[in-house]
Each structure stands twice: as C-alpha cells, then as structure tokens.
Design a protein around this ligand. Sequence first.
Ligand SMILES: [Fe+2]
Ligand SMILES: [Fe+2]
Length: 283
Amino acid sequence: MSPVDLKRVIRRLDDLPTLPRTVLRITELINNPMTSARDLAKVISDDQVLTAKLLKLVNSSFYGFPQRISTVTGAIVLLGFDAIKSLLLTTSVFDIFSKDKKEKARQEDFWDHSLGCAVGAKVIGNYLRYDRVEELFVSGLLHDIGKIVEMMFVPDDFARVVSMVEADNILMVDAEESLLGYTHAEVGRLLAERWNLPAKLVNIIAHHHQPDLAGIFSQEAIIVQLADILCRAMNIGSGGDNLMPQLNKDGWESLQLDVSAIEPIMIDMEREFDDISLFITHS
Ligand SMILES: [Fe+2]
Ligand SMILES: [Fe+2]
C-alpha cells in the first residue's frame, strides 16, 4: 500500500465500528487466568440479548449436547472459555455490520462465505488435531472483514472494484491492488488492530492471501486459505469473486493433510454450516 492510500484509509479509521463494551470486558476476563466460570457468567448474564443468544446456540444441534442447558454457567462449563469468546465475537461482529441494509443481498452472501470459512477452518483444525480450533473459527469468520469495511466506508471505490472483478473475472484482492493500491487484507488488519485482537488473528487476517508471509502463524493462515477454497468449491456464500485462488503449494505440504481427508472435511463443513447459520445469520 502506498503512503497516500494508507493515509486515506486511516483517515476513516475513527468511523470504523468499535466492539461493544460488554464484549471487550468479556474478552478481558477470558484472558485473565484468575477468572472463574462464575465471574464470566455474571458479566454475560447482565446482557439479556447475549444470554438469550448464548443459550439458544448452546442448545442447538451444532454442539449436540444431549441434555438441555438452561444456565449461563452451565453453558460456559460445557463449552469452555475459548468457545464462548468466539461465539460472542461472532454474534457481535454480525450485529455491528448487519445494520447496513443497502447492500443486503451481497452482505448475506458475504456472511455465508465468512461463516463457511469459520466452520471450515475449525473442521480442518480438528482433522489436524490443532488444539485451539476456536481461534481458527474466529480467524475464518473475520478473514475478509476488510471487504465489509470497504463496502460500508468507501462504497464508490468498492463499486469500481466489483465492476472490475466482474468484467475481468479476477480475484477481488487483485482488483483492489490495481485500482486502489490497498487490499481488504490490509484494511482488515487495521480493523483487527483497532479492536485489539490478538497478534495471531491480526496476522492471519493480514496474510490470508499470502500465508507464507504470516511468519509463525503461517500454518493457521494456510488453514484459513484452504477453508476459503473449499467454501468456493462447495458454493457456500460468495466472497465477491468467482475465481478459485491457488493454494500455496509449500503451505499445503506443510499441513501434512492426506488428500483423502478432503471429502469427509467437506461433509462435516456442510453439516456444521447448516446448523450454525440457522442461529447466526440474517436474524
Ligand atoms: Fe480475502
Ligand atoms: Fe475469503
């Protein structure tokens, strides 16, 4: 990104949405090793909407617990802190951005793409026995968040990018680079930094189109890139372009994932996507 273009985006940073106070407070609590399930339950219970969403989701088939869970503390104990954090981030990010009704159809396709990548990254993580799969879920969910920011904050530029993508059948990231001089990955990084998200998440968002540049987080960035490709192959939502990006070859090899795992991964993705999208999108 050239300095002039970067300045243009930064000038708009003050207009970028902030995370709700409750979510920030909860994230802080979760990051503190002294926090108990009861402390966390107290803060969540103060927010009725959040409580209702959490209980609805924890009782959905996505988690498949045999018994009904009727208390916030019960939900926290069963799901664990990390899962609670990703659920809260998920619902609040959807809420923040769903206020813009102008581009409704495009936004819905886009959220389906994001949710599909979130589920995909988590399922791939499970196959690789990665131990922090909830972080992969949030990374998948937010990887293209820069596109939503562009759609809402620089709509004229975004419209030019969309026209070029359609006319030339190219990837959005390439159209952004040639028309604007910056990409949704860079805009996403600015937003993630503004939200004080962990360095891992910031790096994955910033480098999801060039996972080899994500340094110590390149494995996670490759997982998100693979999830993105699988969503396109499965026609889950739309990231705004139709071209299939190329998977980083060295990255694929470093995952040591057997090709035979792809089919069961896609079956799991489809099932989990159907379950979770009932509770999160378009409501
Ligand atoms: Fe992207
Ligand atoms: Fe994407």
